[in-house]
Design a protein around this ligand. Structure first.
Ligand SMILES: O=c1[nH]c(=O)c2[nH]c(=O)[nH]c2[nH]1
Length: 292
């Protein structure tokens, strides 16, 4: 038996980057969390401690900030592609780079030119993988919290001796959507594509009469693929944010689906992938991202 070094990567996680772009007195804020990971011929540092191939994580961090000054950050996908390509093309030992970016939202305070209020917790995300001269872009969103107060049922499931859940034909359906979609093709308008995919996800959540959160998840992914040809595959992770009807009978009160207890845990966790059966195979790049 021999012991060998398996897959590895290293980088600087969660660089917090804020930029202010000035157009006269009118300022625009971009607030990003940027993580970089590099892969390549890195056996020596692990096996002998020889760091000749190791671009320091501190240098990776500095590169993120310097790049933000040297050219406009622009869309997160473009910024991630620039960083990833830089690391792979400038360091002989580095053959692959993964750049993850979360974008945090700030909204202008009324018409003010340089004052902002933090938006919701929702984040726009991208995960760019560069390998040699190839690149894959997986964008998405997380913490998109949605709720519908009717149009959701759940019944017809097996009942065994441990089942207590009541079958319902009208319930609150709420979730916090994490979505990742893999792009195919080129010349994509990242901002427009993001806005339209987000709108499709929301519209479908609202419109689909739900017999299960699983059915809603599939419908949301299917709608994105039907409407957005630039998307090959969608992965969705949707916790079921349970809203339980409170039993008010001890107080002689009827509860006709009006008063709920919003439980935060445990929660059902519904996850799935919706894809085109003829989508090109992305190879390792996609599958080595977290599945959901
Ligand atoms: O939409 C649902 N899917 C489930 O699998 C499930 N399980 C459960 O207890 N409630 C629900 N709701």
């Amino acid at each position: 038996m021999a012991i060998v070094l398996g897959p590895n990567q290293y980088g600087k996680a969660e660089n917090r980057l804020v930029t202010v772009t000035r157009d006269g007195d009118v300022h625009t804020i971009k607030d990003l969390t940027v993580s970089t990971s590099l892969r390549g011929d890195l056996a020596e540092t692990h096996l002998t401690g020889d760091n000749a191939a190791v671009l320091a994580t501190d240098t990776q961090k500095n590169t993120v900030y310097a790049f933000a000054k040297e050219a406009p950050v622009g869309e997160i996908e473009d910024f991630a592609l620039r960083l990833g390509r830089h690391f792979v093309s400038s360091q002989e030992a580095i053959t692959g780079a993964r750049v993850l970016i979360d974008e945090h939202s700030w909204n202008r305070i009324e018409e003010n030119d340089h004052s902002f209020v933090q938006g919701s917790n929702e984040k726009r995300t991208t995960a760019v993988t560069v390998e040699g001269d190839q690149a894959w872009v997986v964008s998405g969103l997380k913490d998109l919290v949605v709720l519908k107060s009717t149009g959701s049922e759940f019944h017809g499931y097996p009942r065994d001796k441990y089942t207590t859940l009541k079958e319902v034909t009208d319930r609150i359906l709420a979730t916090s959507v994490t979505a990742r979609w893999r792009y195919q093709g080129s010349g994509i308008d990242w901002a427009k594509s993001f806005a339209e995919i987000r709108a499709v996800l929301l519209r479908t959540f609202a419109a689909k009469h739900s017999l299960s959160l699983q059915q809603t998840l599939y419908a949301m992914g299917e709608a994105v693929l039907e409407e957005r040809p630039e998307v090959a595959e969608v992965r969705l992770s949707m916790p079921n944010k349970h809203h339980f009807v409170v039993d008010l009978s001890p107080f002689g009160l009827e509860n006709d689906n009006e008063v709920f207890y919003a439980a935060d845990r445990p929660y059902g966790l519904i996850e799935g992938t919706v894809l085109r059966d003829d989508a090109e195979d992305p190879g390792q790049a996609w599958y080595s991202l977290p599945a959901f």
